[in-house]
Write a new protein. Structure first.
Length: 256
């Protein structure tokens, strides 16, 4: 059986001061990233950038994380970066990307803060993922940056110098960086096979203590799973308890 464990390295939900500690909010636009309390994705606030507004504006709006230190990982592990976004809604909640054909929103990564690589580039067509503005999640494998410090930024590039009748925002939330660890372990059920009047106990990688009780609560057999064993029992009801370092990891009722 495979078990996936996610260990958090970095998280931001934009619930506190804006920009958060260590983050930068720069660009050539007048309308930069702001803390949003409407169109929120999770909690009471998200980060948002105006992608259409009632006054003229053009240029860039850049929201950037502080340095995030990534560990070295094992070959089967993965470093993941994810966040949620929500498309603008206007009027009475009607869906509208409000990205002009020349506008783009880029998510970029860097290990020096100067040279950037695009993780994704959205425009008015590629960002449209269905006629709704429900929260959507994107996730990236950034394992190639292990054992380095990285920066991540969201950069909205506004090349449309016109106005609309309302302000429309693109929001992000729940920025997460973590390690996805893959562990394999032996199911506590798989080493026991129940057959007619017979219980087959197979060897496990780590010996476990196994006890079998009769229906009246009397212990009739106790062993360890250090080697394969066959037990022949009379027809009836039995209870199996398996221990791992004195901790019960399996309780099973069987009928032969």
């Amino acid at each position: 059986m495979i078990l996936f464990i996610i260990s958090q390295i970095f998280y931001e939900g934009f619930e506190g001061n804006f920009p958060p500690t260590g983050w930068t909010n720069t660009g050539t636009r007048n309308f930069k990233w702001v803390k949003r309390t409407s169109g929120v994705i999770f909690g009471t606030a998200s980060a948002g950038v105006s992608v259409a507004q009632t006054s003229r504006d053009s240029g860039t709006a850049i929201l950037q994380t502080p340095a995030i230190n990534l560990p070295s990982i094992n070959p089967n592990d993965t470093i993941i970066f994810s966040f949620y976004y929500r498309l603008p809604s206007v009027g009475g909640g009607a869906f509208d990307t409000r990205f002009r054909s020349t506008d783009t929103l880029k998510v970029q990564i860097s290990n020096d803060g100067n040279n950037w690589t695009n993780l994704i580039v959205w425009d008015s067509t590629s960002l449209y993922t269905g006629a709704n503005n429900q929260p959507k999640k994107v996730q990236f494998n950034i394992s190639s940056y292990q054992n380095t410090s990285i920066y991540i930024r969201w950069i909205f590039v506004d090349k449309t110098y016109d106005t609309v009748n309302y302000n429309s925002y693109f929001n992000i939330d729940s920025v997460f960086v973590g390690v996805k660890t893959t562990k394999s372990f032996e199911s506590k059920n798989n080493f026991i096979k129940i057959m007619k009047n017979t219980i087959e106990i197979n060897q496990t990688e780590k010996p476990l203590k196994l006890e079998i009780y009769s229906s009246d609560g009397k212990i009739i057999y106790s062993t360890y799973t250090d080697q394969k064993k066959l037990l022949f029992l009379r027809k009836g009801l039995y209870f199996i308890i398996v221990y791992d370092d004195k901790k019960v990891v399996l309780r099973k009722k069987i009928s032969l």
